[in-house]
Each structure stands twice: as C-alpha cells, then as structure tokens.
Design a protein around this ligand. Structure first.
Ligand code: PPS
Length: 295
C-alpha cells in the first residue's frame, strides 16, 4: 500500500497536504492580515468546497454571472493555505474571497473576535462524514493518486485522522465549539443539494448581498453539479493537473450525491463507523443528513 502519510506535512497537530504547500507561509499564518470584509469558506476536505467557491464567486461577481472574465475557480476564490497560483493576497481587491480547510486554531488571529458586520464572515460547510469519506477515497486514489490501498485501508486512515485535514470529528467539533469567537454561519452540503436556491438566499442574507431574481437564476444555473462538471473553469481538472502534475484518472466532480456511502460501506464498516460517530459526536447538536430521502 502506498502510504498516504508520505504526502502529508504535520504542523501543530494538523495534517496539510505537502505538495502545493509553502511551509514558510504556514508558519506565519497567524499574522496574515485580515480585512474587515474578507469572506471565508471553511470546510473539511470533500464537503463541498469547490461548490461554495463557485457560489461565492457567482454571488460577488457580475462578470462571472454573465459568463465573462474567464477565470478559474482557484483564481476567484483561492485557498489560503494552498496557494497554487502563488498569488499576492495583499494585492487582491476587496472584498477578498478565500477558502480553507484549516482547523479553528490555525486560522489567522485577525479572523477571531471579528465583529459581525454586513459583508464579512465565515461560512462553515459540513457534509455527512460517510459521504465525505467515500468522496475522499476516490479523490485520494483516482484523482491525486496519493493512495493505492483498499477501501478498508482508507476507512482506517480516515477514522484515525491520517489524511489531509486530520480527524473529521476534531475539525467540525473544534469549529463548532469555538463558534463564538467568529462571525460564522454553519451550512450543510445536503441542504444545498436539496434546495440550492434557498441556500443561496441564506448565504446572501448572511453576507448582506442582495441579488435580483435574474441574478439569482444565473447563480443557481451555474452552480448545479451538471453545469460545473462540464465547465472547465469550474471543474478543477486543470488545477489538479497544475497542482499535482499527475495523470488524472478520475474527476473532482465525481457523483455529487447524498448517500453514496451506501454503495461503499459493508455492514461491518458501517457499524464500526456508527459506533465511533456516536462516541465522538455525543451531545453534538448539529444534525446530519445521511440519506437523500431524509428531511
Ligand atoms: N455543484 C455540486 N453539486 C453537488 N456536489 C458537488 C458540486 N460541486 C462539487 N461537488 C462535490 O463535492 C465533492 C468535492 O468536495 P470538495 O470540493 O470539498 O473537495 S476538496 O476538499 O476541495 O478537495 C465531490 O463529491 P463526490 O462527488 O461525492 O466525490 C464533488 O462531486
């Protein structure tokens, strides 16, 4: 088995992916200067990051809504910690849009104690962790080729947190338990899937962005799975090739569904997962949607 850990870089107890990483920048993250109107999407990997990147960009950019300004997602809403384009973030005009997988304790300290104001904030997007794990397995194996083992081997690594992003349970609990330090809105992948338009309204309300019905239509239309998959500026195929320099077998936008875990986990794996989930998430108040038919 290819050891996924050889692709990881551990810093302050958290696993980064080593490949597109500027370690000097990571060591200085705490001091990264935050502006009043910066907007961040925060996710554990495979929870819908690219989807929210596309949505935020469409909400903020009229050019993007109109199909002009041919920029890739990574240029519109760059990752803070994986600066694929070597952008000078200080040169970016406000409002700056960022995405990140960082745990709560590694984000720049300027994000903390930021007063809630119209136009700034963090959206934390989470997804049921069984689907996260399955999406992650395909990504690690077929997209970035950093894993060659079996699904069972991946389940173990995921449940031990030996993957980029570290332990899923720690990530979501850390952010939730420290939410009072941030101006933060929690949203789920599944609510987006079930009601994309309603979710866009929720994002706009949180960020104080008013969109006309026509603009809303343009956002929703360009953020569907099918549209993003076919759009080379939105589907990440190019970014993966640049960032990882690999022959990509699979696609970043793979299935985009709720409940794909049912096609992957054996009864025993599912029971094991449930036991750990119940132990780790006891008393955790946010709800998860595991099945497409669930409300
Ligand atoms: N528009 C839209 N609709 C539904 N689902 C979508 C959409 N865009 C991305 N996706 C799905 O999100 C999964 C990738 O997650 P991330 O973007 O968080 O990955 S990463 O952390 O940035 O590597 C990955 O999930 P899976 O298909 O289950 O593998 C993508 O297909």
């Amino acid at each position: 088995m290819e050891d996924i850990e050889k692709f990881l870089f551990k810093f302050k107890g958290y696993y980064f992916n080593r490949l597109p990483l500027d370690i000097g920048f990571i060591e200085n993250l705490d001091n990264f200067e935050i502006r009043e109107n910066d907007v961040f999407i925060i996710t554990y990997p495979k929870s819908g990051t690219i989807w929210f990147q596309q949505l935020l960009s469409l909400i903020y950019s009229e050019d993007h809504r109109k199909g002009a300004g041919k920029l890739e997602t990574m240029d519109r809403v760059p990752f803070l910690e994986y600066n694929f384009r070597k952008m000078d973030f200080e040169e970016r005009p406000s409002p700056r849009l960022f995405s990140t997988h960082l745990p709560y304790y590694l984000v720049p300290s300027g994000l903390k104690n930021k007063k809630a104001k119209v136009g700034n904030g963090i959206i934390y997007v989470y997804r049921n962790p069984k689907d996260v794990m399955c999406s992650y397995f395909h990504f690690a194996k077929n997209v970035v080729s950093q894993f060659t083992g079996t699904f069972e081997e991946f389940v173990k690594q995921f449940l031990e947190g030996r993957v980029m992003g570290s332990l899923w349970f720690d990530h979501i609990k850390g952010w939730y338990e420290h939410r009072s330090l941030f101006n933060i809105q929690f949203m789920t992948y599944e609510e987006m899937k079930k009601d994309l338009r309603g979710s866009v309204s929720k994002i706009c309300k949180f960020l104080g962005k008013g969109l006309s019905e026509e603009d809303m239509d343009a956002v929703v239309r360009q953020a569907t799975f099918e549209n993003m998959k076919d759009d080379p500026l939105a589907n990440y195929d190019n970014i993966i090739a640049i960032g990882y320099g690999l022959n990509v077998k699979g696609h970043f936008l793979r299935k985009g569904t709720i409940g794909d875990w049912k096609n992957h986990l054996t009864v025993e794996q599912n029971e094991r997962f449930d036991q750990i989930f119940q132990r780790e998430m006891k008393d955790f108040p946010l709800e998860f949607i595991w099945d497409v038919n669930e409300d």
